[in-house]
Ligand binder design. Sequence first.
Ligand code: BES
Ligand code: ZN
Length: 405
Amino acid sequence: MAAAVLCLSLGAAPLRADESAPSFSGPAAHAHVAALAGDPGARQAGSVSQAAATEYLARAFQSTGATVTTQPFPITYFETRLTQLAIQGPLGQLVATVPLTYSAAGSVEADLEFVGLAREGDFSPSDVAGKIALVQRGEIRFGEKVDRLASAGAAGAVIYNNLPGTFSGSLAASSRIPALSISREDGEMLLDQLRGARLRARLDVDASTAQRVATNVVATLSGGPRQVVVGAHYDAVAGSPGGNDNASGTAVLLELARIMAKERPPFTVTFVAFDAEEIGLLGSAHYVSTLSEAERSNVVAMINLDMVGVGTVSRFGGSDHLVRSAMAIAGELGQSSRPLGDGTLTGASDHSSFQRAGVPAVFIHRSEDPNYHGPNDRADLVDPENLHIAGEIALRLIRRLAGEL
Ligand code: BES
Ligand code: ZN
């Protein structure tokens, strides 16, 4: 009921009253999510199947009348043939594993040692030397955990989830020791067994890297030198269909392009579907690197949509003045919202590539998704109404920025 009321109020109050202007359609956006979020792994950057998504986006942007270009760039593609964790001994057991992108390849057999979150001071280096570390997910980057453990002489690392089920993560750069991930349930089970006894384990990672190409898709509505960049990453992690992360933001991006194309704003709006976000924000970093100094200083704002389809609360991060505007708009729409603050998520998506280059940016997303980076991040769990809200917030923000230009 509340959703229906909200829908009406959104539809009834366009800021620029133009009878013929189309309004943002949640169901149309959801159709894009369904088209993009098929099989787990189908949108891993550099994979053969990801090319179909690139093609889909180029066509969808083209149909809006925007000028479309593709922007290829090189990436290091990570491919796993096998990950395995076998607990030795009379009750020998195989634990279900998920690869961690950019893990070193290797096979090690050693005792398991619990190291908590593997922050500075969480374990003593002499305790992990030669051992396979059992690590809890959370607080700091996976790469930082594994790097600290490798420096302490650990032989391998097993990161267990801090949410139910398994997840797919990336180390952001090649590790020195083999590492993989397991579910929270299995992690807690091993931790339990470790309390009473020594556990010997064998860890195998058979993986390799290859040089491949990833592709940003850029759609431009020209309107002068000043510009607003609206972006969303369309790649997904290897083990996930990427429905919420981030077919949701990509779908909102396509629907925004359809609407803005009819409005002819007094400045340029550039829509960018970024590739290779999940392996280190590479697409956005590449896009920023292609802007000249003059172009960069003409970008009034970057609006990043990432994970906007699941959850109850809108959240905003990034540059203070844009966060304030976004919160005010969410309030007008009757949405509860929260700023992100300087938490761990602030560097977690493509807006931070822009902020690092001095471009004001805002990160629009929603509260915690229990299926984040998991095999169940499916299109059917993405709520069209949430897409509608994210789209409406972005639209109003763009129009508000236009008023200030
Ligand atoms: N979509 C996530 C970021 C995110 C997480 C947004 C939770 C909202 C809620 C993004 O795709 C991601 O997974 N980022 C990585 C870091 C990146 C540099 C590889 C992360 O947060 O671990
Ligand atoms: Zn994401």
